[in-house]
Design a protein around this ligand. Structure first.
Ligand SMILES: [Zn+2]
Length: 268
């Protein structure tokens, strides 16, 4: 690993890149530098846009955008926006369930970025909307792709994003009002907490399964200092490994969470 290479390299990218070591060993052509990798990467959006009628968790504050000025009338276009901290594609800060722990503004750029580990459970969910991701799902990913590392952001792909933006189908509530969508079992979440991964993301309303009324998974994982990304969009373009994520929640002081843009840099 050459010093020059490290100068080029935001150290956040280090986990991605055997490429840097290769560049160092071979004299480091610009074409193989991390910056060149990023420049050639395809970047995809993994969030849904905030809209007034998007699906929200019951009780969530929907987007309310009020026009304050128009170019025709005022010379500029400006709106005022009200929105809940946990609607749309958003981050749950640890403080959402763990008093005294980090609020969203305290999540560092280092933990909001990192390599994605994508666990695909679409087959399991296809026959069971209440599917809970198991430790076996996580361990099977690790057998194929290697051990999860503390720099990983683990994304659970259930395929549920295909139901967005139809709130009725996305919540999938029964006659008693109990929602039915996939999430993580407490055991799987505990395993990810043991692995000290930075975050768990999912393409549903919540990392806890829909029927959960006690949010045990939230309580456990957030208390460990990790964070969640919920209501992710379609994850089908992501490989199981090799994508690099940038999660960018609104920088709200003392926030329990915040709506976020989420970008994935895909290997060229
Ligand atoms: Zn949450």
């Amino acid at each position: 690993m050459s010093t020059g290479c490290w100068k080029l390299l935001p150290f956040l990218l280090a986990p991605l890149l055997g490429a840097c070591a290769t560049a160092g060993a071979s004299g480091g052509g610009a074409g193989s530098s991390p910056v060149a990798w990023l420049a050639r990467a395809r970047v995809v959006e993994l969030g849904h846009p905030l809209t007034p009628d998007m699906p929200v968790f019951p009780g969530g504050t929907r987007l309310n955008a009020k026009v304050l000025g128009t170019v025709e009338r005022d010379g500029y276009f400006i709106r005022q926006v009200e929105v809940g901290e946990h609607v749309g594609t958003h981050v749950d800060a640890p403080a959402h369930f763990a008093p005294g722990s980090a609020t969203v503004d305290k999540l560092s750029p280092e933990v909001l970025t990192g390599p994605a580990a994508v666990v695909d459970v679409t087959a399991q969910v296809a026959g069971n909307p209440d599917y809970e991701v198991t430790t076996a799902d996580i361990e099977s990913w690790e057998r194929e792709h290697g051990p999860l590392q503390p720099h990983h952001l683990v994304l659970i792909r259930t395929g549920w994003a295909a139901r967005w933006p139809d709130e009725q189908r996305y919540r999938n509530a029964d006659a008693a009002g109990v929602m039915h969508f996939p999430g993580l079992s407490l055991a799987a979440s505990r395993l990810l907490r043991q692995r000290q991964v930075r975050a768990i993301g999912i393409d549903t309303l919540s990392t806890d399964p829909g029927p959960s009324a006690t949010f045990e998974q939230h309580k456990d994982f957030l208390a460990g200092g990790g964070y969640h990304i919920e209501n992710l969009a379609d994850l089908s373009s992501l490989p199981p490994t090799g994508a690099f994520l940038v999660v960018s929640p609104l920088f709200v002081k003392d926030g329990s969470g915040a709506p976020a843009r989420v970008f994935a840099f895909l290997p060229p």
